[in-house]
Design a protein around this ligand. Structure first.
Ligand SMILES: [Zn+2]
Ligand SMILES: [Zn+2]
Length: 216
C-alpha cells in the first residue's frame, strides 16, 4: 500500500489516499474539501477511487465527497451511524462559518466497532472512539492508525463542540494508549506521529496511559 496526503480547505484538514498500485485503486479517508485537487491526485496515480472512509462527519472532513462522487459515480461512503446527524448538518454548520460547502448525499455503509476493512493487502480494524464527535472512529492496521480528530501530534481533538463528550473522549484516549507504540498515526490535522511518541510527550495520552496502568 502506498500512502499520500493532501492538506485541504480552510481548516487545513488532511485527506489521506490509500493506493493499491497492483489494482490501480484508491481509498480516500476524509476528503474534506478541494475535490478537484483530490481527484487530480488520484488520476495522477493512474488509479480510480473505490471507497471513501470517514473518521467522522465534521464539515471539514466531508466537503469533498460530492465532487469526488461526480468523478467516480457510486463510490460508497463509509460512516459510523452515530455521526449521521452531524453529517446531515454539514451545510448548516458551513453556513455558520460562512464558507462554501456542498452537502453530500447520505452515507452508504455503516461502520461499527470491531469491523474489519481490507484494502491493498492490509486489514484495518474500526475502533469507535467517540468524544470529539459521537461517531468518531479510528482505522487501525498493523502499521498505521488513521486517527481523525481523536489524536494529533502533541494534542487531541476539541471536546467543546456540539455533540462532543469530554467523558467519552477520556475513555477513547485510554483505549488509544493501549495501541502498539510503533503505529504511525495519520491525524485529521497536522503532522504524522507515532503512538509511542505521543505516549512519551502528549500529556493527554500520557495521562490516559496512567489510567491504563492503574487498572493493571
Ligand atoms: Zn472534527
Ligand atoms: Zn477536523
Amino acid at each position: 500500500m502506498n500512502l499520500s496526503s493532501l492538506c485541504v480547505g480552510p481548516f487545513e484538514e488532511n485527506c489521506w489516499l490509500l493506493h493499491d498500485p497492483a489494482r490501480a485503486e484508491v481509498v480516500a479517508i476524509d476528503p474534506g474539501d478541494e475535490a478537484a485537487r483530490i481527484g487530480t491526485a488520484i488520476t495522477r496515480l493512474g488509479a480510480r477511487l473505490v471507497a471513501i472512509w470517514l473518521t467522522h462527519a465534521h464539515l471539514d472532513h466531508i466537503g469533498g465527497i460530492e465532487g469526488l462522487r461526480r468523478a467516480w459515480p457510486g463510490v460508497p461512503v463509509h460512516l459510523h451511524p452515530a455521526d449521521a446527524p452531524v453529517y446531515a448538518r454539514g451545510a448548516q454548520a458551513a453556513a455558520l462559518y460562512g464558507i462554501p460547502f456542498e452537502q453530500p448525499a447520505p452515507a452508504d455503509h455503516a461502520l461499527a466497532d470491531g469491523m474489519s476493512l481490507a484494502f491493498a493487502g492490509e486489514t484495518f480494524t474500526v475502533h469507535h472512539v467517540p468524544g470529539h464527535s459521537p461517531g468518531q472512529v479510528a482505522f487501525v492496521s498493523d502499521a498505521h492508525c488513521f486517527s481523525g480528530d481523536l489524536l494529533f501530534a502533541g494534542s487531541i481533538g476539541r471536546t467543546d463542540l456540539p455533540g462532543s463528550d469530554p467523558e467519552a473522549m477520556r475513555a477513547s484516549l485510554v483505549r488509544a494508549a493501549a495501541w502498539p507504540p510503533h503505529l504511525v498515526v495519520h491525524p485529521g490535522h497536522g503532522p504524522e506521529t507515532t503512538i509511542g511518541a505521543e505516549l512519551a510527550t502528549n500529556p493527554f495520552l500520557t495521562g490516559a496511559a496512567q489510567v491504563l496502568r492503574r487498572r493493571g
